[in-house]
Structures are given as C-alpha cells and as structure tokens.
Design a protein around this ligand. Structure first.
Ligand code: PBG
Length: 324
C-alpha cells in the first residue's frame, strides 16, 4: 500500500524530511516610533506591540538584532500632521531622527528599512496629496515620495519600502535616489498591496485612519484575480524594484505563490496588524496555542514562497526558532 504516513512516524523522520524552514534571518520586525512621548505607549488592538520612544526603539532594535532577526522596518508618527505630510521628508522629523539612532545601534547587524508613505504624516490620513475634489493625486504624490526617499536615504535608511500604491512610485523614487547620490540604496516595493480590513489595528498604531473614505481607489481589490497582483509586481520590477512585497499575507498566499513564480527578485510577505491581533485575541482567551499558531502561520507564508516575512512576532519567533 502507498503509505504517506511512513515518514511521519517519529520526530526524527519528520525533522529529516522537513523542507520549509523559517529562520530568524528571514524575519523583519515592524516598529513604530512616536514623536514627543516619554514612555512607550501600548497599542490596545495589538497587545504586546507599542509605539516606541526614541530610546525604547533603540532597545527594541538591539533585542531584534541579538535574536538574529534579519531586518526591521521603521514607521514614524509625528506630533503635527498636515495636508502634504511634511513630516515625511523633514530631516528633523521623527522617522529620520529615530532612523539615525537605530542605524548607529544595529546598522551592521540587521537591515534597517523604512516604510515610505504619507499616511502617517497627513492630517487627512490618506497615502498621498489630495486634489480639490478629495481624490488622491497620483502624480503630485510621486514628488512627495521622491522627497521622502531622499530624506530617509540621507538619514541612513538601508532599504526604502514604498507602501502607498501610487502608479509609477518605484521609478520616481529610483530616479530621485540616483540623482541624490544613492544609486546603491535598494527599494523593497509593497507591490501587491490590497485594500484590507486586516490593517485595522495598524491605523491605531500609526494614528493614520483616513478621515474620510478609504484606500480602495489606490490599494488593490481582493476580488480581482491573482494575476493582477503579479502584474503589479512585474511593473515594479520593471521600474527598478530590488525586491517586492505582497500584503497582507494569510488571505493572499495565492498571490505570494504566483508573484514568487513570476519574478526573479526576492519576495516578501507582510503578516499585518490584523493577522497579529486575531491570533493574540484568540490566544488570550486560551482558544489557540499561541506559539504553535505563530510558527505555523510563518511556515505557511514561507511555504507559499516568501523569502522574507514582515511580522510583529519577529523577535519572539526568532527566540523560539533558536530553541529548535
Ligand atoms: C501605509 C501602510 C499601512 C500598513 C503598512 N504600511 C497601512 C495602510 O495601508 O492602511 C499596514 C500594516 C499593518 O496593518 O500591519 N503606510
């Protein structure tokens, strides 16, 4: 009889035939740093995650590095927001300041990335500049992204990660970086990014809920076929993306798989705030085994073909992985 169970019988057999591995080096920790606070501020919808102070973000970065985590990605939350998202390219803005701190702390031990968008910095909460009728103006926004990319590069970012889903954003950022003397700075493009309810807790974390409407006119529609995610990734690669991302992860693993097969650059997947919150909420009730479910989701994302996984559990999971 054909018996697939033969190789499942003992832990040693299972370990021998296991193919999909998650390594700390594959994980990227998203971190929030907020201007003007003196203590880390808990995020109620993401238990265990905080808005950091400039001091505490250094510590979090050092812990991630010590655990062997591959990278971190920084999000800044300024005190003052305005229509053009001025904080995004202010050389003295919170993300630029924290970035320089973090790079000096751990910049040789892990890769320090920056999320590049306007929504954390705009008073209306949208990812770009608005037209007079309240639509997001794609091409005017590109200039703001270019300026933010240069500001992040000058502050020491080691990878910029545009997440705003404007058409042409990768080409605009690449051109600006090249012109400012940063031809070697890689771009990790959030390429296939869906308009998702799974970002709910992030909007508390980054204080960036849109003040009207939603992001469906620029982020992708979940009901479109997988191939649209592939198309977005291919466009970004053609524009010069060095790596591409699919986001969220768990509800879009078909896109992760298809993008991985279509491109020859590294593929990342972002296990987003809502994915985190759901597991934490269920685990807090004792309804699921927290550690097993976290490792299972990370394994699933790797199995779908993502080389890198952005996850709020990065440091903790790296610790578990080191235990074996
Ligand atoms: C945009 C951005 C968002 C996330 C990462 N970058 C929010 C959005 O698009 O609404 C969401 C991440 C998460 O939910 O964990 N700057």
């Amino acid at each position: 009889m054909v018996r697939p169970r033969r190789l499942r019988r003992t832990p040693a057999l299972r370990r021998l035939v296991a193919d999909v591995r998650v390594s700390p080096a594959d994980l990227v920790l998203p971190v929030f740093v907020k201007e003007g606070i003196s203590e880390p501020a808990p995020i109620s919808s993401m238990p265990g995650v905080v808005q950091h102070t400039r001091d505490s973000v250094r510590k979090a970065a050092a812990e991630a590095a010590a655990a062997g985590v591959g990278g971190l990605i920084l999000f800044g939350i300024p005190v003052v927001k305005d229509a053009r998202g001025s904080g995004a390219d202010d050389p003295h803005g919170i993300v630029q300041l924290a970035l320089a701190d973090v790079v000096s702390e751990v910049g040789e031990d892990l890769v320090v990335m920056t999320d590049l968008c306007l929504d954390e910095y705009t008073d209306h909460g949208h990812c770009g500049l608005l037209t007079s009728s309240g639509e997001v103006d794609n091409d005017a926004t590109l200039e703001r992204y270019a300026a933010a990319a240069v500001a992040q590069a000058r502050a020491g970012s080691q990878v910029v990660a545009p997440s705003g889903m404007m058409d042409g954003q990768v080409a605009a950022i690449r051109a600006a970086l090249d012109a400012d003397g940063f031809p070697d700075l890689p771009i990790l493009a959030y390429s296939a990014k869906y308009a998702s309810a799974f970002y709910g807790p992030f909007r508390e974390a980054a204080e960036c809920a849109p003040q009207f409407g939603d992001r469906s006119a620029y982020q992708q529609d979940a009901a479109r076929p997988t191939a649209e995610g592939v198309r977005e990734a291919l466009l970004d690669v053609a524009e010069g993306a060095d790596a591409v991302m699919v986001k969220p992860a768990m509800a879009y693993l078909d896109v992760v798989r298809a993008v991985g097969e279509a491109v020859d650059v590294p593929v990342a997947a972002y296990q987003v705030s809502g994915e985190y919150a759901m597991v934490e909420a269920a685990a807090a009730q004792g309804w699921v085994d927290r550690r097993r479910i976290v490792l299972e989701t990370l394994t699933g994302i790797r199995r779908a073909g993502a080389g890198m996984v952005l996850t709020y559990w990065a440091t903790e999971a790296a610790g578990w992985l080191a235990e074996g």
